[in-house]
Ligand binder design. Structure first.
Ligand SMILES: Cc1cc2nc3c(=O)[nH]c(=O)nc-3n(C[C@H](O)[C@H](O)[C@H](O)COP(=O)(O)OP(=O)(O)OC[C@H]3O[C@@H](n4cnc5c(N)ncnc54)[C@H](O)[C@@H]3O)c2cc1C
Ligand code: FES
Length: 276
């Protein structure tokens, strides 16, 4: 990041993947060669992306630091900045302030079985950690991915599913809310699917991100399955402005989600006031 944390670095959109009807993944390369080489981040961190003349919005880094030279972020079209990003062609320039926030404590995950539980665009931060763990496959136990979306066409990163499944001791479970003639996989909500799969909490960690209603029931079901609060991690999504703990836009009690988060264990969440 530039010395002044409010000034974005320029980056060129190198390629764009249409993941779903409303979500695109952008691969960006910093224009400045020095920044491109020095830029370092961790899985779970996020960034502020600016579209000049429109505004700035928050996106997690969905790429993984083990694959350097570029960064990726996935954008669901919901409003002005996300809409403007969806209109941008390859080769266009954006501003990036990054990296921001804390990251998944992957050192603590070593030797453990991992359960990635994602819903919709919530797979974006999980993908960063997942590919990080797959790139260091020997460091972790069995890797399980439970990913759901409203319909088959709403599943992001489908081009990578076969690569994930081909990794040693790695299982991918897909589910959709609504049945579809082309779909031969599971139909049902992610929390119910999780209960059916009944993961053992022994030497395991669960990492979840998705719509708030999904997270609520996933957390409940994990606790019922015997997972302790300390074994469950999630990411919080509060509206942000500065991204660096200065403006007070994203606080929950004494914590700033942008600077103290966005990654929290379930144990940490229970310590927070009930406004999240
Ligand atoms: C830490 C963090 C990480 C995030 N990571 C991602 C990511 O990886 N990919 C991604 O697509 N988004 C992500 N978001 C959400 C993203 O920042 C917002 O969707 C974005 O700021 C919307 O900007 P906008 O200018 O397009 O919408 P605005 O013009 O500000 O909003 C337009 C309308 O959309 C509604 N809206 C805004 N955000 C959302 C939303 N998330 N869902 C539904 N409706 C919404 C608003 O209430 C408003 O009605 C993240 C947010 C945080 C805090
Ligand atoms: S966004 Fe400004 S304090 Fe968090």
């Amino acid at each position: 990041m530039c010395d002044n944390p409010y000034i974005p670095d320029l980056a060129v959109i190198e390629s764009i993947v249409q993941e779903t009807p409303d979500t695109r993944t952008f691969r960006a390369v910093f224009a400045d060669e020095y920044i491109r080489k020095q830029f370092a981040y961790e899985p779970g961190q996020f960034q502020q992306v600016s579209v000049f003349g429109v505004g700035e919005a928050t996106f997690c880094l969905t790429s993984t630091p083990t694959r350097s030279g570029f960064i990726e972020f996935s954008v669901k079209r919901v409003g002005s900045v996300t809409g403007a990003l969806h209109e941008m062609p390859e080769g266009a320039m954006v501003g990036i302030r990054a990296p921001m926030g804390n990251h998944f404590p992957y050192e603590q995950f070593k030797g453990k079985d991992l359960w990635f539980i994602g819903g919709g665009i919530g797979m974006a931060p999980l993908r960063s950690l997942l590919n990080f763990c797959l790139d260091g496959r020997a460091d972790y136990g069995r890797i399980n991915i439970l990913y759901g979306a409203r319909s088959p066409e709403d599943l992001c990163y489908s081009a990578e599913f076969s690569v994930w499944q081909a990794s040693p001791d790695t299982r991918l479970f897909l589910t959709v809310d609504k049945d579809d003639p082309s779909w031969t996989g599971n139909v049902g909500f992610v929390p119910a699917c999780l209960t059916d799969l009944a993961p053992s909490p022994q030497n395991a960690v669960a990492i979840t991100c998705g719509p708030p209603i999904m997270i609520k029931y996933v957390l409940q079901n994990l606790l019922k399955l015997g997972f302790a609060d300390e074994q469950i991690y999630t990411t919080l999504e509060m509206k942000m402005k500065c991204g660096i703990g200065k403006c007070g836009r994203c606080n929950i009690g004494p914590l700033y989600v942008c600077a103290d988060g966005p990654i929290f264990s379930c144990a940490q969440l229970k310590e927070l006031p009930p406004e999240h």
